[in-house]
Design a protein around this ligand. Sequence first.
Ligand code: ATP
Ligand code: MG
Length: 264
Amino acid sequence: MAILEVDNLKAGYENNFVIKNLCFSIEKGEFICILGRNGSGKSTLIKALQGLLRTISGKITIDGTNLFSLTQRQIARKIAYVPQMFNLAFEFSVNEIVYMGRYVHQRRLNGGSPGDKRIVNEVMELTGISRLTDKKIAHLSGGERQRVFIARALAQDTPLLFLDEPSSHLDINYQVEIYKILKFLQEEKGKTILSTEHNINLVIPYAQRLIFLKDGKLYGQGPPGKLITKSNIKDVFDANVDIRKNIHSQLPEISLIPQKAKSQ
Ligand code: ATP
Ligand code: MG
């Protein structure tokens, strides 16, 4: 069953459309990754799918309901979002930020219930930030901050999880760790996951379906094994690569071809 359906979506800013005539759907429990060049519209699409943009037309249906008929609070109970860039609330501690994920479930600011505390502790453990709990967000490294905002989204405990470049700022260990966590949430908790990513090789073993965006349009979609080809990477990214088989996963893997220095 489709948890999210997008029909003829156009979206952008100040009456200029960045996303053009997009149609696709996401099945419940799927793990999808959106790939495309800088400026191709990945972040714009992820925002549009949560009703965060004013310049928008077309139809978005979530769980059978028209997205535009829902309040932001109702949407926030269905979709948790880790943005590409954060407005940093510098004075807050890690613990306070993760607790913010619970607000959408609370009737009033009552300091949280024991259930909230359990969930906050669980997601901090899962994302490896328990030891940072009392630290101020301003005093963390980029990668630690990234994990705090991922933890906040997990604390929101929604069926859908949107993450805009979750691996940026993370070291190689945490890049894999984050995708392992997302895969665990998909497989064990039935979450539906939509991420954007620049590290294509990283997501190939985790995402079931890739969506290639080019100039705000859907270039192609399908399982990584089908979509990752030399010609698709050339068309979408204008990059010359070789494709080989990862010896562990047997899935395709991109191998960069070193280029000569740019001449004037
Ligand atoms: P990246 O890989 O760099 O994150 P992206 O695929 O996420 O890129 P978007 O951020 O969606 O790209 O931007 C798509 C286009 O929309 C770009 O041309 C960008 O300049 C424009 N754009 C993005 N945000 C705004 C905004 N707030 N107001 C006006 N135009 C915007
Ligand atoms: Mg972006």
